[in-house]
Design a binder for this molecule. Structure first.
Ligand code: NAG
Ligand code: NAG
Ligand code: NAG
Ligand code: NAG
Ligand code: NAG
Ligand code: NAG
Ligand code: NAG
Ligand code: NAG
Ligand code: NAG
Ligand code: NAG
Length: 882
């Protein structure tokens, strides 16, 4: 009877050979190198396996990129050196396309590697769709964790989610999915969790792809009571399981030829269910009078037998039903039969535990419809990931579902997208939510007509279309009994029954408008009065110059700085008439405060800010920063949706324009002026790093952020990215936004942190640009990054090859060399080897002295050098109060 439950497989044939051909092409393999930076090649070939790894970027929308500490990279090779971590949201999910109904090997790898420098290994949960899969505890698993399952997805989508369970931040390093052979690893119920997979050989390497066409990982194992046998002949491995041929060429036999071959395993969970897969092949040359025959006995009961391994051909004996072991200890013995002349043998062996994923996923059509709605309207909500309804604690915002029992797919019953900024028409996908009872689309910007299908959705009880911009006539179908319909606040929507007359609300519009304009008028008046008053009462407290050399700063009392109202902002910019730039955060308009002071108004889109509190904190900080080489913040506006930063206006464009000759900046800035601009920008940075309290990191130093005034004085702009950073023990900040590619500190990739030395790196790149006028990154150049290009040119030892040709050789080569060396030391990949900004300032001033003395000597002969920009090192460089 036991025997009838077992199955012996002996499968050779063309079917299996087709499997090999498919698998060898890595067909269907998903190999994700999580957190691979965008500037590294993807896909790439992992050299040891030949597997094609790709970046995970298109499989997940959330998370940040990290890299394990550099000194641990030897321990964990690529793809485990980078990772994605999830400081935001409780549940973050990967979305993978798989083949419904087919068994898949799913394996994730988690390596902490002190990527964040905190030395606290995280603990979190791993989910497969709505079901818990594993708890990842990297404090216990110091060498990383690698959970693996064999699972048959119930739809073509597979969601793998990391769930925050405590204080620590979830992370993931590698994610791998492999479709398995069609009829392999089937269970009566549940999926299979990897327990162990071994082949019997002394000190042999682990095996995986390409030895294993399904990329299972096999470790070698051997006991001291055993003797190894092996063959050099080819061993046929073609059956549904196809273990690696290499794994079958060796086997273990008991050294005592009459003793059984024993394998023991166990677990603390007594009721655990196991599936076993034992792979046998006869690899010894048997004489005519020799026989090898044995029984498999599990905990004293016959498991299967007798087994007579075929010559150089695989036989797999596997569980058809799960086995449990008494007291949690399993003991499998291979015992030779009376007629066997040879001891038993075992080539390879797998054990899995049963894992149940009992919670049904939400109805497939509901999921497809709601995801379609999500993409149609570009809804990006952090918790709209993975299954919409289950588990209950992760149900998507704005949804409600009917959840009867775990084996019935949940259905969506409420969809509330009120005030979600929806634009466009009412999407057809709504009608596919066939059990929807409540639909709230109020307070959006939906346009077009109310579709007929809404009325035909039988389950619908409540529908709210209020506060949109819908037009046309409400269809008859929506006027059915039992359907509560709200549609007020759609001025162009024609009421049913009065087919020609638009809604009354329209009359309201001109009234509202005129009230609004009156309000603006009043605001302008008030503003005018305030400004008149402010003008006379503005106080500036000027501190004596500091004893620190070359620091030029003043403190202004915050009374002059102020919060502006939105109408004031509209007024000062003349209704945003003159757009002078566009940054990552929004447009920048020219404006005038009090008809005198010119300002640049940066309008921030709501989505670009981190929220009101952070915005306010940032503003308060920036209002206190004041230095002649920093663009100062004049004020701000934070009225509801309207956030704006009002800066001092710097009229002469940015350094990039001047170097490239674009934007009408055709005059070539001479070498001396370049050095002065560099020294000034460096002083601005030095002030941020050591002169202000708390110290700050600029985080986005680049030539487009160095603005020039009418006297070509440098002013560093864009503190939008700045964050104050604590001094002392932890002099690093964890970043929200990374800087600009090319300028970004390479150490950022290892640490995900930007410190003041990251600014030094970026400044080094700026300096290289000012010296060479080469693009920072040029993909058409053999050495695409500017540091690589400079290094390649340096080998020649000819500085003329590096210097900007536009300078026409008009520079002091001593100062040029010195500036170049300084730039390269700033751009050192190792932050510890970079100088401080104070050191940079001193060096640049010495370069400037050297250049100026040459210029003064040659001034007589060289009167043609462009007059506007041959400014000399003047009082600007000495401490001075404004
Ligand atoms: C981690 O790996 C090292 C080196 O391979 C090994 O010595 C150590 O025992 C491992 N630790 C654990 C907990 O597996
Ligand atoms: C070999 O195994 C048999 C059966 O288990 C046992 O009776 C015998 O004592 C063993 N011989 C040696 C030398 O261990
Ligand atoms: C099998 O035959 C060979 C000679 O052909 C002999 O040496 C050996 O002892 C025999 N083995 C057994 C178990 O009878
Ligand atoms: C094998 O030998 C044992 C004792 O040596 C005996 O009890 C058993 O019946 C034998 N089995 C067969 C199939 O001959
Ligand atoms: C969701 O529906 C259930 C049952 O209909 C109800 O008890 C629950 O309050 C609803 N939840 C929300 C957030 O509307
Ligand atoms: C939808 O959510 C808003 C708040 O976000 C709430 O005021 C409104 O009542 C909800 N609508 C329904 C139908 O529950
Ligand atoms: C609605 O569902 C049907 C069938 O499931 C599908 O063919 C159709 O594309 C879906 N429509 C939308 C708009 O998603
Ligand atoms: C609708 O769009 C207009 C401009 O296109 C915008 O001013 C308004 O705030 C939007 N309303 C809502 C509710 O999103
Ligand atoms: C529909 O939405 C509007 C705006 O959110 C709200 O004032 C109104 O009460 C809602 N109607 C119903 C029936 O919930
Ligand atoms: C409704 O407005 C859309 C543009 O938003 C327009 O194309 C359509 O013709 C309008 N329909 C009616 C009936 O006015």
């Amino acid at each position: 009877m036991e025997r009838s439950l077992r199955l012996l497989l002996l499968l050779i044939g063309t079917l299996a050979i087709i499997h090999i051909a498919q698998a060898q092409s890595q067909q269907g393999f998903i190999s994700l190198d999580c957190g691979l930076p965008p500037n590294e090649p993807s896909p790439y070939k992992e050299p040891r396996t030949g597997l094609q790894f790709i970046s995970d970027a298109t499989f997940i929308q959330t998370g940040k990129l990290g890299r394990i500490q550099a000194n641990r990279e030897a321990e964990f090779l690529k793809p485990s050196t980078t990772l994605r971590y999830f400081p935001e949201g409780t549940r973050n999910c990967y979305n993978l396309n798989v083949e419904k109904g087919r068994n898949h090997l799913i394996r994730a790898r988690f390596v902490y590697g002190n990527y964040d420098g905190l030395d606290i290994a995280p603990t979190f949960d791993l989910y497969l769709g709505p079901n818990p899969w594993a708890t990842v505890d990297l404090q216990k698993q110091v060498n990383g964790s690698r959970p693996e399952i064999l699972h048959i997805p119930t739809s073509n989508k597979l969601q793998i989610c990391l769930v925050k369970t405590g204080e620590t931040t979830p992370l993931i390093s590698v994610l791998e999915v492999r479709p398995m052979g069609k009829d392999s690893y089937l269970t009566k119920s549940g999926s299979l969790k990897f327990y162990y997979r071994e082949y019997f050989s002394k000190s042999a390497p682990s095996l995986r792809y390409p030895d294993d066409v399904y990329d299972r990982q096999w470790t070698s194992f051997f006991e001291k009571e055993w003797t190894q046998i092996s063959t050099t002949s080819d061993v046929g491995n073609s059956n549904d399981y196809q273990p690696p041929k290499v794994a079958l060429t060796t086997a273990a036999i008991p050294t005592n030829a009459t003793a059984p071959l024993t394998n023991v395993w166990g677990s603390v969970d007594v009721g655990e269910q196991y599936y076993l897969y034992a792979h046998f092949a006869e690899i010894q040359e048997l004489l005519a009078n020799e026989t090898r025959e044995f029984n498999m006995v599990l905990n004293g009961k016959l498991f299967y037998g007798p087994v007579v391994p075929p010559k150089l051909l695989i036989t797999t004996v596997l569980s058809v039903n799960p086995d449990t072991c008494e007291e949690g200890l399993c003991n499998l013995q291979l015992i030779r039969t009376n007629r066997s002349t040879l001891p038993p043998l075992l080539n390879a062996y797998e054990v899995y535990k049963v894992i149940q994923f009992p919670q049904s996923e939400t109805d497939e059509n509901d999921v497809a419809a709601v995801k379609n709605i999500q993409t149609t309207y570009g809804l990006s909500r952090i918790n709209w990931q993975s299954d919409p309804c289950v588990p209950l604690q992760f149900m998507w915002d704005g949804l409600n579902c009917s959840i009867t029992d775990i084996s019935t797919p949940p259905r969506i019953t409420t969809l509330n997208l009120s005030s979600s900024g929806l634009t466009g028409t009412i999407a057809a996908a709504f009608q596919n939510l066939t059990t929807l009872e409540k639909l709230d689309l109020s307070n959006n910007n939906l346009t077009g007509e109310v579709p007929e299908f809404l009325g035909n959705m039988k389950s619908l009880l409540v529908i709210n279309l209020s506060g949109n911009d819908l037009n046309g006539t409400i269809p008859q179908s929506l006027q059915r009994k039992g359907l509560e319909l709200s549609y007020q606040g759609n001025p162009r929507l024609i009421l049913p029954g009065s087919p020609t007359k638009p809604q009354k609300t329209k009359v309201l519009v001109p009234i509202v408008a005129s009230v609004a304009s009156a309000a603006i008028l009043i605001a302008v008046l008030v503003l005018f009065l305030i400004f008149r008053k402010k003008k006379t009462s503005a106080v500036q407290v000027v501190h004596p110059p500091s004893s620190r050399p070359a620091m030029d700063y003043t403190y202004a009392t915050p009374t002059k700085k102020r919060k502006f109202t939105y109408p004031e902002v509209m007024n000062m910019t003349n209704n945003f008439e003159r757009v002078v730039g566009e940054g990552g955060f929004g447009v920048v308009c020219h404006g005038t405060v009090n008809g005198l002071e010119q300002v640049a108004v940066k309008l921030l889109s709501q989505s670009s800010t981190q929220g009101y509190k952070e915005f306010k904190a940032e503003v308060d900080l920036l209002l206190r920063v004041h230095h002649t080489n920093l663009v100062s913040l004049v004020g701000y506006c934070d009225e509801g949706e309207h956030l704006a930063l009002i800066y001092e206006y710097v009229p002469n464009g940015d350094l990039r324009q001047h170097l490239s000759g674009k934007g009408g900046k055709t005059i070539v800035i001479n070498w001396g002026t370049r050095l002065r601009i560099a020294a000034e920008a460096a002083q601005g940075l030095e002030y941020l790093h050591i002169g202000c309290t708390p110290p700050m990191v600029h985080r986005d130093v680049k030539t487009t952020n160095i603005l020039l005034d009418e006297h070509y004085k440098a002013k560093l702009a864009d503190f939008g990215l700045s964050r104050s950073f604590p001094v002392g023990g932890d002099s690093h900040v964890s970043t929200v936004v990374a800087g600009t590619p090319g300028y970004l500190d390479p150490e950022y990739y290892h640490t995900s942190r930007l410190g003041e030395k990251s600014d030094v790196y970026s400044f080094g790149i700026v300096l290289l640009e000012m010296i060479s006028n080469q693009p920072v990154i040029d993909r058409n150049r053999a050495k695409s990054h500017i540091t690589q290009w400079v290094e390649s040119q340096l080998n020649g030892g000819d500085i003329a090859k590096i210097m900007d040709p536009k300078l026409n050789g008009d520079y002091d080569s001593l100062s040029a060399w010195r500036a170049l060396e300084l730039a390269m030391s700033c751009a050192n990949p190792t932050s510890a080897k970079r100088p401080t900004m104070s050191h940079v300032v001193i060096e640049l001033k010495e370069c400037l002295v050297s250049e100026n003395s040459r210029r003064n000597m040659s001034r007589g002969m060289d009167s043609l050098s462009s007059p506007e920009v041959s400014m000399i090192f003047d009082s600007e460089m000495t401490p001075r109060a404004r």
